[in-house]
Design a protein around this ligand. Structure first.
Ligand code: FEO
Ligand code: CA
Ligand code: CA
Ligand code: CA
Length: 604
């Protein structure tokens, strides 16, 4: 949905030169311009207070656009001739150091925590414009506008719903959870809902030191965000709250077209640090969701629904399809290389067959309603999915970020963002799918399901990119010999209508000394592997979203600019994006400090 109309077109643009990491600008190609669609603090309802960083409150933030936008989709409303759309945006986390004036006052600090909680979650926002290719504006007061945050009620479904592992003092039935947090990337389903991954949920808790909590990185000593001082449930050491940690780390499904709907946490898709979930239909119509667990040496997963998608746009069809992710099989990936292990020397030098490639299998964790992991029940596999995957010998990957099927070819692309511990003493060594020691720059894996059927249990794979500066040894660009843009730390991916791959980065300042970027990568023909930089985000920001509507007028590209100026402080802001008002001032709604924002890039 949302990718415009007419024949596949692609975008023509002059690639930009890489931008140094201290530049606080959104840099776009010649002939293009940009404009914010919505910014942190923009009021969503008519009664919401205007953004005023000096006078924030929890109540205001609950009615305003949240912080640190990550996943983004712009879903055009059918029958409106490209004049209306819904934007769905994740708010992953908060940067208190640049959001709030410093304070020593206990009540003020407590209110800061409550504001930060209210700035997490998701936003659904209606957009309008005069016609295709024109810039979107958000509609304040639209009945579709919605903030989902830590006070929003979620239903739990799937095989682990109601299980004792999900019950707490406040939810004896284990079927209702307040809130979602650290929503990183996501995916829009073919039936029009949005999936969102709860990623680094561990950092909000303190809990007993159990093998399960340890495997999920949940601290057993106090520190970090310490949210339990305002909400006791985040101290999972307290009697009755031990299972609160098990109620985060899920894929959630939100129906943006129904502002009164209850969002759902799908236990059938497993619990881990979900980066996202992206769907392709199997040959027989079952919904297949790919999802990565973003941690060093963690895994790539796939969920296959039991039932088939119902075609059509009727309400009945949608209601049926909203139950698809409630029941199905869960698999984890095991990769095999086809080159002798001795030829994978850790430098990124290609083996003698000229490729990092091989075959693989989807190893079942839950299949046909039964656990395939010895010694673990279905509910245990779903709640402690990492431990289940450890037992079946899945392949430990270099931090799987987005894993997304190409809607044109069906091939699946996984961004493996980096892993500085790969091959370091005490950690797993290289393998053909993760071939570099101390992998700072990351790589991109291309996976082709057997018979190109998303329901298959075997696949072939090859590394499309081994990232870095092209002049550095141990980089690889799909075999393309011409000039390419430097690229490092691939994170979110998207596709245009021709099936070209777009990659957003998170970490280029640290590895290349460059602002993070959005790149296009050609996948087919003689230019396969050609990387062209489309934009750079401002200082200390990460590029998120991205959404490419190449058939929208003369083309629009949307990005979510996350954590601009994150290393600054209230008194010494490092970024002034996107308002670029005088430092520290607020005038006519424009602030002299950074505001994470959704941006539209379009032709001038
Ligand atoms: Fe939130 Fe995996 O990035
Ligand atoms: Ca090989
Ligand atoms: Ca990410
Ligand atoms: Ca990231």
């Amino acid at each position: 949905p949302g990718h415009g109309h007419g024949p596949a077109r692609g975008l023509s643009f002059q690639p930009i030169a890489p931008v140094a990491a201290d530049v606080d600008a959104l840099t776009v190609p010649r002939g293009w311009t940009w404009r914010p669609v919505i910014r942190w603090g923009d009021p969503l309802s008519t009664r919401a207070p205007e953004f005023d960083p000096e006078h924030q409150s929890e109540r205001a933030q609950m009615q305003q656009f949240g912080y640190n936008c990550d996943y983004l989709d712009i879903i055009e409303t059918p029958g409106t001739h490209g004049r209306r759309a819904l934007a769905v945006v994740n708010h992953e986390y908060t940067n208190e150091n640049i959001m709030f004036p410093p304070s020593e006052d206990a009540d003020t600090l407590e209110e800061y925590k409550r504001i930060a909680m209210a700035a997490h979650g998701l936003s659904v926002v209606e957009l309008r414009r005069s016609g295709p290719g024109r810039p979107w504006s958000y509609v304040r007061g639209s009945r579709y506008n919605r903030r989902i945050h830590l006070k929003t009620r979620f239903a739990v479904d799937g095989p682990a719903a109601g299980h004792p592992l999900l019950r707490t003092r406040e939810d004896h039935l284990g079927r209702t959870i307040l809130g979602t947090q650290n929503n990183c990337s996501g995916g829009t389903t073919p039936w029009g809902t949005v999936l969102s991954g709860e990623e680094n949920f561990n950092q909000y808790f303190v809990a007993d030191d159990t093998p399960e909590n340890r495997r999920y990185g949940i601290p057993s000593t106090e520190g970090g965000r310490a949210w339990w001082t305002v909400e006791p449930r985040f101290d999972a050491r307290r009697p009755g709250y031990e299972n609160e940690v098990n109620r985060f780390g899920w894929v959630v499904e939100v129906d943006p077209e129904d502002p009164d709907s209850t969002p759902v946490k799908h236990t059938a898709m497993g619990r881990f640090k979900h980066e996202s979930a992206n769907i392709r239909l199997a040959r027989d119509g079952r919904a297949v969701a790919y999802s990565g667990d973003d941690e060093r040496f963690d895994y790539l997963y796939k969920f296959v629904s039991t039932r088939r998608m119902v075609r059509g746009s009727s309400r009945w069809a949608k209601a049926q399809n909203k139950r698809l992710l409630s029941s199905g099989d869960l698999y984890v990936a095991r990769f095999s290389g086809d080159s002798p292990p001795a030829e994978i020397d850790g430098t990124g030098a290609l083996p003698s067959d000229g490729r990092f490639d091989g075959t693989g299998e989807w190893v079942p964790l839950v299949e046909d309603g039964c656990s395939r992991v010895p010694g673990m029940s279905v509910a245990e596999v779903l709640v402690f999915t990492r431990l289940a995957a450890d037992r079946v010998g899945a392949t430990k990957m270099d931090r799987p970020e987005d894993v997304q099927p190409n809607p044109v070819t069906g091939r699946v692309y996984a961004a493996l963002t980096n892993n500085t511990n790969r091959g370091v003493a005490g950690y797993p060594g290289v393998d053909e799918a993760n071939p570099r020691v101390t992998n700072r720059e990351g790589h991109v894996l291309e996976l082709t399901e057997y018979h190109n059927d998303a329901g298959a249990t075997r696949f072939a794979w090859t590394l499309l990119l081994v990232c870095g500066d092209p002049s550095s040894a141990g980089t690889y660009f799909g075999g393309y010999e011409g000039p390419v843009s430097p690229i490092s730390c691939p994170d979110n991916v998207a596709f245009d209508s021709t099936g070209a791959l777009w990659i957003a980065t998170d970490g280029q300042p640290g590895t290349l000394g460059l602002d993070d970027a959005l790149h296009r990568v050609t996948l087919t023909g003689r230019e396969r592997g050609k990387v062209e930089q489309f934009l750079a985000v401002p200082r200390e920001a990460e590029t998120c979203g991205p959404v490419v509507h190449d058939r929208d007028g003369s083309g629009s590209v949307f990005v979510a600019v996350q954590h601009p100026g994150e290393d600054g402080s209230w008194a010494d802001q490092h970024s002034f994006f996107p308002d670029y008002a005088a430092p520290g001032t607020l005038s006519r709604g424009r602030w002299g400090g950074p505001r994470p924002s959704v941006v539209q890039v379009y032709r001038r």
